[in-house]
Each structure stands twice: as structure tokens, then as C-alpha cells.
Design a protein around this ligand. Structure first.
Ligand code: HEM
Length: 407
């Protein structure tokens, strides 16, 4: 077993109580998560890809409007950003959008934050669920169990019931697509993993995975732009050259903004928001580069070790978007860039996340100059440890470009 000082206490706790294999270098991460091994189970969400979902510009403009209403006053916008991004996944999975202030949505987002905190998702209780039967609140097990079940019962069950109550007239969303497919399989007498219990848990996973990941990346982007104002200027310059200032960036612009993408990729590399990805279970004995991983071993890919590796990246701790550009200014994507992990079970939401990152961040920088709460004092280097790692709390002043340019 390999180990690293990058690992958090909860992970080390995990490793101490179960057989675990930590992958520390790309040459191990890549072959351990191959893309073409037949016995791997198919993804449980085949239906998601068929949804004719397009991100609507209107959603971003609501977010920008809320930022503009701050009138340039400093504000920690992490909750506003989470709510806005969460609304995108909500409209895909349950066919509904919420108001930014809606206490129903905010309660779940706060619950996800608690669940993502260090010590909870990697808790022994997740590995050995029977631990929750020990009297008292052993290792926070009862709290964690309560938080997860509240989301399942109050969100997933509620919307499954609402969406499917009239099967002939269901709104278009993940639930209705899943429901139709499940009934079709049943009617054809085919064996399937599509059932109500899997639907409940799939909704939970999608809601959770689609809320905190993208919004955390957007918050890191703001953080890096505050620390590197000259880079922010260059991004704005490219946007104004390619898109102009008269219209909002749209998906046709996506492939034309190389410097913009280099800053997004550098944010994802350096922030490495899921440093230990998610645990996988090895289903058969396997030997990789001389290491034997027995069946039933938990495998933890240390994405941090790959994306911050000194042998691959020059000055890996520095924010340098140019590392993703070649001499002609074309975008390059090195093998070691893997914020969405690799292999057959890599992030299911990569395409959605990239679309969201593009639409939110490009519109943000086009409209506002991001400034620290106190001029000349960017946020300190800090992050919150957990399964998903956001930056420490900081405030931003969103100065309308038109106003800052005429001032
Ligand atoms: C910048 C944003 C995101 C990042 C960095 C990210 C990263 C990751 C990573 C590292 C994994 C683990 C892959 C593995 O097991 O090896 C993962 C899994 C997953 N992600 Fe994302 N993710 C992001 C956004 C999203 C979004 C928006 C969704 C919503 C659809 C999503 C849904 C999922 C799901 C369902 C899985 C489990 C896939 C499976 O087990 O087959 N992710 N993600």
C-alpha cells in the first residue's frame, strides 16, 4: 500500500479499517481504471444521456441579475452559486426549478455540505452500515443516516410521486424517462436493474453530484481570478475579442476561447476538488505493475498526486494557465489532467459540468470585474477539507464592466 501526506484523517481512518489500495501516480491510475473491461456493470443511468436537455441562457441571466443586485458590495456568493447550479440538475432530474431563496432547496444543499464534510462520507459507517445500530450517535452515524434519508424521503420520494401520479402526462425529466423505460422492460419481461429503489438512489446521487461539484469549481475560479487580476484581464480581453460585449457567450463560442479554457482547466487541476475521487471496490484479484490488488479491496485514486505531480507539471503549485496552451496558442489536454477521473466509471456529468462551467464563468467575466472585498487584499490560500474541497470563505465585489470602464 502506498501512502501520502496529502491524505486526510478520514481517509487514513478508512485505510486503517479496511483493505485499501491508494493509487498515487498516473501510471497506476490509468491502467487500474480501464475503459474496456467487459465484466464491469453498465452505468445505472443510461437514460440520462437521452434527455434533450439544453442549458438555457435565461438561467445564467437570473444568476447574473442576483450578482448585479449586490451593487458592488462584498459578498460571499457560495450559497447563491450552489442554488443556481443545483437548479440545473433539479430541472433535469425532477423537471422543476426553485427560487434562489427557497428554504426547501436550501435545506438540502446545506445537508449535502454536511455530508461532504470530512469524516462523514469516508466514515466507517459507510463501509459497515451495521455500525449505526450501536447505541448513541457512534461516529456521527445516526446524523449521517438521518441526513441521507431526509433527502431520499423528502426530495426523491416526493418528486417520484409527483411526476408519476399521471403516467399518461408526465413532465419531461429523468424520473419520467426512467419510469417509462422501467415499465417497458417489465412489459417485455426483460431482466433489469431499473426499479423504484434504484431510481430513489440514482436521484440522490445525481442531485448530490450535480450540486456541489460545479459550484465549487466556479467558486475556485473566482478565488483564482481575485488572486491573479492580470489573468482575469486576459480572459476578459479574449472574451471581448471573440464574443464582443453586445451579446452573452453561447455554446457556439465554446471552442473558440482557448485562453478561457486554459484558465478553467488550470483551476480544476490546482483546486483538485475531489482529491481522492470516490472509492471503488475491486471485484477480482488483479496485478498491476507488480502490485497485486486482491478482490474486495477498496481502491482510492489519489487525483491530487497525479494533478500536482512535480515530475509532470512544472511548478505544480502555481496557477499558470499557459501550461494548457502550445506555442501556437492551441489548447492541449495532457493525460495527467483528470479532474473527472478516468475509465469506465469516470464522471457521468462531465459534459454537463463543462457546459455549466463555460456558460457561468464566461458570462460572469464578460459582465463583471471581480475584485476582492478590500482592494489589493485577495483571499488567503485556504480550503475546506472534505470529499469535495471548496475554498475557504471569501467575499467578492462584482463590479459591472460598463460602470468600471466609464468610471
Ligand atoms: C466540475 C464538476 C465535476 C467534477 C470535477 C466531477 C468529478 C467526478 C469524479 C472525480 C467522479 C468519480 C469517478 C470515478 O469513480 O472514478 C465523479 C463521478 C460521478 N459524477 Fe461527477 N464531477 C463533476 C460534475 C458532475 C455533475 C454536474 C454531475 C451530474 C450529472 C455528476 C455526476 C456524477 C456521477 C453520477 C458520478 C458517478 C459515476 C459512476 O459511478 O458511474 N458530476 N465525478
Amino acid at each position: 500500500m502506498l501512502t501520502s501526506d496529502l491524505f486526510s484523517l478520514p481517509t487514513l481512518g478508512y485505510v486503517a479499517i479496511t483493505l485499501a489500495f491508494i493509487l498515487m501516480v498516473k501510471s497506476l491510475v490509468k491502467p487500474t481504471y480501464p475503459s474496456n473491461i467487459p465484466p464491469f456493470p453498465a452505468r445505472p443511468y443510461p437514460i440520462l444521456g437521452h434527455l434533450p436537455y439544453v442549458m438555457k441562457g435565461q438561467r445564467i441571466s437570473e444568476y447574473l441579475k442576483a450578482l448585479a443586485q449586490l451593487g458592488g458590495r462584498p459578498k460571499d456568493v457560495s450559497m447563491l452559486t450552489r442554488t443556481s447550479v443545483s437548479n440545473n440538475i433539479c430541472s433535469i432530474i425532477v423537471g422543476k426549478r426553485f427560487d434562489y431563496q427557497d428554504p426547501f432547496l436550501i435545506a438540502f444543499i446545506e445537508s449535502f455540505q454536511k455530508q461532504a464534510k470530512a469524516g462523514e462520507n469516508f466514515s466507517p459507517v459507510v463501509i459497515w452500515p451495521w455500525l449505526r445500530h450501536i447505541p448513541g450517535n457512534f461516529l456521527n452515524s445516526k446524523t449521517l443516516n438521518r441526513e441521507i434519508h431526509a433527502v431520499i424521503e423528502q426530495f426523491c420520494d416526493k418528486f417520484i410521486e409527483q411526476v408519476t401520479k399521471n403516467e399518461d402526462d408526465m413532465p419531461e425529466c429523468f424520473i419520467s424517462q426512467y419510469w417509462k423505460e422501467m415499465n417497458k422492460m417489465k412489459a417485455q419481461g426483460k431482466s433489469t436493474t431499473l426499479n423504484v429503489e434504484n431510481l430513489r438512489w440514482s436521484l440522490y446521487q445525481l442531485f448530490f453530484a450535480g450540486t456541489d461539484t460545479t459550484s465549487t469549481t466556479i467558486m475556485w475560479y473566482m478565488y483564482f481570478m481575485l488572486r491573479h487580476p492580470h489573468i482575469q484581464k486576459k480572459v476578459y480581453h479574449e472574451l471581448s475579442e471573440v464574443v464582443g460585449v453586445e451579446r452573452a457567450p453561447d455554446l457556439q463560442d465554446k471552442a473558440k476561447l482557448n485562453y478561457f479554457w486554459a484558465t478553467v482547466m488550470e483551476t480544476q487541476r490546482l483546486a483538485s476538488i475531489l482529491p481522492q475521487s470516490v472509492p471503488h471496490l475491486c471485484i477480482a484479484d488483479v496485478t498491476i505493475q507488480g502490485y497485486t490488488i486482491p478482490a474486495e479491496t477498496v481502491v482510492l485514486p489519489n487525483l491530487d498526486a497525479v494533478m500536482l505531480d512535480e515530475n509532470t507539471w512544472e511548478e505544480p503549485q502555481k496557477f499558470r494557465p499557459e501550461r494548457f496552451l502550445d506555442d501556437t496558442g492551441a489548447l492541449i489536454k495532457p493525460d495527467s489532467f483528470m479532474p473527472f477521473s478516468v475509465g469506465r466509471r469516470m464522471c457521468l456529468g462531465e459534459a454537463l459540468a463543462n457546459t455549466e462551467l463555460f456558460l457561468y464563468i464566461s458570462a460572469l467575466i464578460q459582465r463583471f470585474e471581480l475584485q476582492p472585498s478590500v482592494e489589493g487584499q485577495p483571499p488567503e490560500v485556504s480550503f475546506v477539507e472534505g470529499v469535495i474541497c471548496p475554498p475557504g470563505r471569501f467575499e467578492v465585489r462584482f463590479i459591472e464592466r460598463a460602470a468600471s470602464e466609464t468610471a
